[in-house]
Each structure stands twice: as C-alpha cells, then as structure tokens.
Design a protein around this ligand. Sequence first.
Ligand SMILES: [Zn+2]
Length: 63
Amino acid sequence: MKTCLYCQQRHADARQACTACGMALPASNVNVQARRLQRFQWFCLSLALGCIALFFWLPRDFY
Ligand SMILES: [Zn+2]
C-alpha cells in the first residue's frame, strides 16, 4: 500500500498518481517508513536514558 503525502488516501502499489487529489505517489515508501520508525525508536530510547540520567543527577533534597 502507498499513502498519498497530501491527502493521506491509501492506494495500491501499482498506482502512479492519487485518485483523490491527482498528486504523484511516492516511489518506495517502505524503506523510508522503516528508517523513520528506527530513528523514532532511537529517539525514544535516548530520551528515556536522558530522563534516567537526570533522575540521578538532580538533587533529591529539593523541598
Ligand atoms: Zn492524494
């Protein structure tokens, strides 16, 4: 399946253009989505590690 970048309409892979808005569909969408997902997972992991580091780094006797 391909998803139109402009109107989010889903189409079969054989289609070259969107039937709803007429824009050209992306050629290889699967690799891009996999890379985006991998980058997002690394972002979440580094965010969690950063929160854990801040938890130990900041002082506890704050109040
Ligand atoms: Zn479209």
